[in-house]
Design a protein around this ligand. Structure first.
Ligand code: AHR
Length: 338
């Protein structure tokens, strides 16, 4: 029997029915209001900020840590976060941004898959009066007022640091296989640029193979297997991977081919995720250049400032270092947050 037909539920129109209906309406109102109520401790009259975030996907350990950082920080600050995972597809990101515009969110933030292809949708956001913050990766647009600021790493410097580390480990003599990130993405373009610029100082170091592994571990393994089978395969004695996950995949391929990672093939990569630290402890990876994924606090600092009418710099560079295998201890791994 349904609740409304139950003898214990007041008859329609009776005074008890009116009282029950009023109580239910208050409860429903409270449930709806909950989402946009100010967080506990906020100034009275404050409204929860609503932020739409379009994440590029879940291709790497770095990305998983980045997503967690953004979700945790929104939660902590009482921001209503509308999160969308584009599963590696730029069209999905554009669709998500359009949906955020329709929903009239207060801010849009996103980590763009590639540098190009954002002009039109960002113009739509601007026309709707919604401010946009770029996190992690840059875009190439003709009008820089289409976004407020870009928070993220200096990818050129990361590539340069990777080359410097590889030069130290190989004494400036290396036949390098390069695993590039997602084609057209800012980290793939800039890390390559920085790496090659530094390499110019070392005439004994040459890139003999280069292809994309899309920042994915399985793809990194597959592409490196093909490198090893190629005519240049026997000469490869160094690896530069644009991220840790691809390096870890390549290390599996190196071992499967009967070679010793860290000895026969010296590997360097970028990110500094937990598994890379383990590989450094095992002396299979020589160096991981840090790329910090914990961008949530910086992102919401910026959004809060903008919402209070404060100025923020157009570019906010994440401060990072370099980790080498000889520095890594089991204790250090324990202390890592990603
Ligand atoms: O844009 C940052 C890069 O994207 C990270 O280095 C990589 O792991 C990720 O997928």
């Amino acid at each position: 029997m349904s609740l409304f037909r139950s003898p214990r539920f007041p008859r329609l129109g009776s005074p008890r029915w009116e009282a029950t209906a009023a109580a239910l309406a208050v409860l429903a109102g409270a449930a709806c209001a909950k989402q946009n109520d100010p967080p506990p401790g906020a100034a009275s009259g404050a409204r929860r900020l609503v932020v739409g975030f379009s994440q590029v996907g879940a291709e790497s350990g770095w990305r998983t840590a980045n997503t967690k950082s953004i979700k945790d920080e929104a939660d902590k600050r009482g921001v209503t976060l509308k999160f969308s995972d584009a599963q590696g597809e730029q069209e999905n990101q554009i669709r998500a941004i359009r949906s955020f515009i329709q929903q009239k969110v207060d801010f849009i933030a996103f980590s763009p898959k590639t540098e190009d292809g954002w002009q039109a949708v960002l113009e739509e956001a601007k026309k709707a009066g919604i401010r946009v913050v770029l996190t992690d990766r840059a875009v190439r647009v003709t009008d820089s007022t289409l976004y407020e600021t870009f928070i993220g790493s200096d990818f050129i410097e990361e590539g340069r640091r990777a080359a410097e580390c590889l030069a130290k480990r190989t004494g400036g003599k290396a036949m390098i296989a390069e695993l590039q990130g997602t084609p057209g993405s800012a980290p793939a373009l800039d890390r390559k640029k920085g790496f090659e610029a530094e390499l110019a100082h070392y005439p004994g170091m040459t890139i003999v193979k280069s292809a994309s592994g899309n920042f994915e571990r399985a793809k990194g393994k597959e592409v490196f297997e093909a490198f090893l089978r190629s005519p240049e395969g026997a000469r490869i004695n160094a690896l530069f991977a644009h991220n840790d996950d691809m390096a870890l995949g390549a290390i599996q391929a190196i071992e499967a081919a009967g070679k010793r990672p860290g000895v026969d093939i010296v590997a360097v990569s970028i990110d500094g995720v937990h598994d890379a630290f383990q590989a450094m402890l095992d002396k299979k990876l020589s160096c991981s250049v840090e790329c910090n994924p914990l961008l949530g606090p910086q992102l919401f600092d910026v959004i809060e400032k903008l919402s209070q009418g404060q100025h923020v710099p157009k570019r906010i560079v994440t401060q990072e270092g370099v980790f080498t295998a000889d520095q890594v201890t089991a204790d250090l791994i324990q202390s890592r947050r990603y």
